[in-house]
Design a protein around this ligand. Structure first.
Ligand code: NAG
Ligand code: NAG
Ligand code: NAG
Length: 528
């Protein structure tokens, strides 16, 4: 008994000390562990441009923005975007200036396989990524490569895209081509004592978004077949992920010393009230939004979340469908999917409130009816330029804890977090956003024991924000889209992030004094 009491006081003391240390007012310098990595993220279609040069094939987003400019807020497209295809050296120079450890970018499938099929490889496309990777390594920056960030080759979309199960096979061939290629590169490079090539891979970025919004909504391909094609898309994507992960594990992992994961997105979902119904609605939403992809891969049970299975089976049958609109995995697929990760990529931006919303069974089917939830946000949460993105840092800590509790504390890499604002270099609100969200992450890491290994800000540069065109800017660097050279200019947040990435400590107070930072490289106005 006495020993117990003694231990309890020791633990209390430790807890107290840890919280004092992390409480900004008392001990203001919040630092991240030595091996914690800071990085920034982009995606091919959003920055590369060069949509029809050097052998690149047409992608689904090329076709969509060209045939439906009216669906994009400012009627724009990614034809030129940041012109990173020609200006990747500029991008790497910015990365170097920021002092980040890693750069997350994506490979454009139609740039390397113009028709989508592996029978025709575009050497210029492969060379572009080889050059980029070389340049990153030369500057001591680790590449984190997303294999699929939404730009499906149009010929594959013509076959039905991700609703066609055969896409899993084509994705595997594409992935194998990529992996093989970079593996071969690695050998030559190893001979040059150049270090490893690509060690960190992500199969997919945000399948929730591109299946739910692409096949059930307004994003490319704009099919608007909610409650049907979105589930087919998710099913193929999950099968494709498992196949590629298992191939990587068997054929490459040991001698690549690499890691593969998938990036899923989760906004925090808070019950709108403490009622039992709203608690259930919130958890149901997390399962429909995140569990849809996380449960098959990261849970010990495997397969789709039971609540999703049950509700969609049930509603399908009451709609007189002869089979559930949510497809079934074979037992082999369940096994292949379960545990098919080395780490979890997480994109997190904001928080919603959930309240239950049951509607009578009706047709046509809708994902939202299957989920049975109404989402909202508090009017007094600080806004961004995007109507969906409100600034709610505490939701990040809850998100990380929920993942820890649901999926046995998997290693997490935050692959996107960021805020959109108007144009302008003095983006104090972006600095505040990053500060707030990183304090939440720090608490999850040091106080709650969540295994988070790194953080990537979205995005390095302003870029093509899908249906919002160039109207919403997420960059640490402002891009002048009216200049031929797509001039990149550091914002205040770039200086802040550079200080953070180098010191691994949050500059405190939130708006620290950046005078010591890279003064020669940044415009005078940053030396305030
Ligand atoms: C590429 O697309 C641009 C429009 O973005 C067009 O002006 C140009 O003619 C095209 N080039 C080729 C080779 O098709
Ligand atoms: C399903 O079929 C039954 C019997 O024909 C019918 O009463 C019901 O309205 C149908 N349900 C829907 C959602 O169409
Ligand atoms: C920033 O640091 C400089 C030089 O140390 C100092 O002169 C200036 O007053 C500081 N500014 C703020 C806002 O603390």
């Amino acid at each position: 008994m006495i020993m117990d009491a003694l231990w309890q006081s020791v633990i209390l003391l430790i807890t107290f000390w840890t919280s004092v240390r992390s409480y900004p007012g008392v001990y203001s310098k919040l630092c991240f562990p030595k091996d914690f990595m800071f990085g920034v993220a982009t995606a091919a279609y959003q920055i590369e441009g060069a949509w029809n040069v050097s052998g690149k094939g047409e992608g689904m987003w090329d076709r969509y923005t060209h045939t439906h400019p009216e669906r994009v807020f400012d009627h724009s497209n990614g034809d030129i975007a940041d012109d990173s295809y020609h200006r990747y050296m500029d991008d790497v120079r910015l990365l170097k200036e920021l002092g980040v450890k890693f750069y997350r970018f994506s490979i454009s499938w139609p740039r390397v396989l113009p028709t989508g099929f592996a029978n025709e490889i575009n050497p210029d496309g492969v060379k572009y990524y080889k050059n980029l990777i070389d340049e990153l390594h030369y500057n001591g920056i680790e590449p984190l490569v997303t294999m699929y960030h939404w730009d499906l080759p149009q010929p594959l979309q013509d076959l039905g895209g991700w609703t066609n199960p055969i896409m899993a096979d084509y994705f595997q061939e594409y992935a194998k081509e990529r992996t093989t290629h970079f593996t071969r590169l690695r050998l030559t490079v190893l001979l040059d004592a150049f270090g490893s090539r690509v060690r960190f891979w992500l199969t997919f970025n945000e399948p929730l978004t591109f299946c739910h919004d692409g096949y059930g909504g307004d994003d490319a391909p704009g099919h608007r077949a909610s409650g049907l094609e979105d589930y087919l898309c998710g099913h193929t994507v999950l099968r494709a992920h498992a196949a590629v992960y298992r191939m990587f594990q068997q054929d490459y992992q040991r001698w690549l010393n690499g890691f593969m994961g998938i990036t899923l997105d989760l906004a925090w979902i808070e019950p709108a009230s403490p009622s039992q119904e709203d608690e259930e609605a919130a958890e149901r939403t997390r399962q429909f939004f995140f569990g849809w992809f996380a449960h098959p891969i990261f849970s010990t049970q495997g397969d789709y979340p039971p609540i999703m299975r049950k509700r969609i089976d049930d509603i399908s049958s009451r709609q007189n469908f002869t089979r559930s609109r949510l497809p079934h995995f074979t037992p082999q697929e369940v096994t292949a999917l379960r545990g098919s990760f080395d780490f979890m990529g997480l994109n997190h931006y904001t928080t919603y409130l959930a309240t239950t919303r049951e509607v009578p069974v009706r047709l046509p089917p809708l994902f939202d009816d299957d989920m049975g939830v109404k989402l909202s946000q508090k009017p007094d949460w600080p806004k961004s330029k995007s109507n969906w993105l409100k600034v709610v840092p505490w939701g990040f800590r809850k998100t990380l804890n929920w993942i820890k509790d649901r999926y046995g504390n998997p290693p997490v890499l935050v692959t996107e977090n960021g805020i959109s604002l108007d144009r302008g270099l003095d983006d104090a609100r972006r600095v505040h956003y990053i500060d707030g969200y990183l304090r939440a992450l720090h608490a999850a890491l040091t106080l709650d024991g969540c295994r988070v290994y790194g953080y990537a800000y979205w995005s390095l540069v302003d870029n093509f924000e899908w249906m919002r065109g160039y109207s919403e800017r997420f960059g640490l660097y402002e891009v002048d889209f009216s200049s031929r050279s797509r001039t990149r200019t550091p914002r205040r947040s770039a200086a802040y992030f550079a200080q953070l990435a180098r010191s691994r400590c949050l500059p405190a107070p939130a708006l620290a004094n950046f005078t010591r930072l890279q003064r020669s490289r940044l415009p005078a106005k940053f030396a305030f």
